[in-house]
Design a protein around this ligand. Structure first.
Ligand SMILES: *Cc1c(COP(=O)(O)O)cnc(C)c1O
Length: 394
């Protein structure tokens, strides 16, 4: 046992505990759903990414059970050896169809998809232009390429345009953005991003993890939301959020992009294939997401109601329409104190503080689902109303 390492880690853990407060994982009993059982209490769950409520959908669960029975649990092999099953290919085809791409390639998570995609597509002659608030997996994926990188301030497309002009000599310039940013629920300015990419002959890549299944009339994501179908070159997304929440990620795009990833994406090749039952669950979730547009309508209605009600209660809710609702509670431990008060009132939300968001931008993130009932949303609003007492005392 190397004591020097353990001593250093213990010291750093102690420091972390005093600066950010104790952080432990919440232990939930039972299944994912619009309510969660935590320590013997049932809380309204406004903290998951189960936007369409498909994680608990009986059809999704039955399909996964049948797949488990017929195809087994895991394949204990990578896709390029004997890990590929017919359901993997079917799911890739359905994902491509959903997002309007020529083809798609599965990974075991979107984190993995983002780790593999940059190094597979780019080299030292290329430049990546990345929004400062892009997801951690994009940041890490960019670190793994030999391409040069330029980070532009969040949503500052004037700065992006300067980087595009300054790097005109590069072989490829690849612009990458979250479709929907996870801390604010704000949607990327895709119309101008498409226009910039086309004018500068740059590649446009969007991580649509919070948008696939959620935005657009058919759930195709951010491009469909803006009527910009077919204008994104490389799209990554997850099956671990709206599309059943079981897990899995993908890269969709032109066949040459997808075929290249199958040949060289390291997190595609050097890892175990997605469990077939998860692939079947996602296939079923995609079918339901397309067949039942009323799920997106209910999600939009639930979101609009809660956004409006929280504002009426006097909370600062930045404008937006995504089911991620940031409730700004700036300064000190206010956001954490309100989140704790809400938990006592039977509502599960999390406070976000530095370093996840900048100091002074502390907030509670509320995430709405189509599965929330009117009663659950009213209970949530009532709890936020009573939590105003915490604000009054601060
Ligand atoms: C959640 C998320 C991911 C990671 O997805 P997993 O499939 O859970 O690994 C990647 N990018 C963004 C923008 C996300 O929100």
């Amino acid at each position: 046992m190397n004591t020097a390492l353990l001593d250093r880690l213990r010291t750093e853990l102690d420091e972390r505990r005093t600066t950010t407060g104790p952080r432990g994982d919440l232990v939930v009993s039972g299944a994912q759903g619009p309510t969660l059982d935590v320590s013997g209490r049932t809380l309204v769950n406004l903290a998951s990414n189960d936007y369409l409520g498909l994680a608990g959908d009986p059809e999704v669960l039955d399909a996964a059970r049948r797949a488990l029975r017929d195809l087994g649990l895991g394949v204990a092999a990578g896709r390029v050896l004997c890990g590929t099953r017919a359901v993997h290919g079917e799911l890739e085809a359905r994902i491509a169809e959903l997002v309007g791409a020529e083809d798609a390639v599965l990974h075991t998570s979107c984190f993995d998809a983002n780790l593999g995609v940059f190094d597979a597509l780019l080299g030292p002659e290329d430049v990546v232009l990345s929004d400062a608030l892009n997801h951690a997996s994009l940041i890490d994926g960019i670190r793994l390429t030999r391409a040069r990188r330029r980070v532009f301030a969040h949503a500052d497309l004037d700065e992006l345009e300067r980087h595009l002009a300054e790097n005109a000599h590069a072989r490829h310039r690849l612009i990458v953005t979250d479709g929907v940013f996870s801390m604010d629920g704000d949607v990327a300015a895709l119309p101008r991003l498409c226009e910039l990419a086309e004018r500068h002959d740059a590649v446009l890549m969007v991580d649509d993890s919070h948008a696939t299944g959620v935005l657009g009339a058919t759930g195709a994501g951010t491009a469909e939301h803006f009527g910009l179908e077919g204008r994104v070159d490389v799209l990554t997304g997850t099956l671990g959020k709206a599309l059943g929440g079981g897990g899995g990620g993908f890269v969709a795009g032109a066949r040459a992009v997808v075929d290249t990833l199958r040949q060289v994406s390291r997190p595609y090749i050097f890892t175990n294939a997605l469990a077939p039952a998860l692939a079947v669950a996602a296939l079923t979730a995609i079918r339901i997401a397309r067949e039942r547009p009323e799920l997106r309508e209910r999600l939009a209605a639930n979101t609009a109601w809660l956004r409006g009600t929280l504002r009426d209660l006097g909370y600062e809710v930045p404008p937006g329409e995504h089911p991620i609702i940031p409730v700004m509670l700036r300064g000190g431990t206010l956001a954490a104190d309100v989140a704790a008060a809400l938990r006592r009132e039977g509502v599960l939300v999390f406070a976000l503080a530095h370093p996840v968001v900048p100091a002074g931008e502390e907030r509670i993130r509320v995430q709405v689902s189509a599965a929330h009932t009117a009663g659950q949303l009213e209970r949530t609003a009532a709890a936020f109303g009573r939590a105003r007492a915490v604000l009054a005392g601060s």
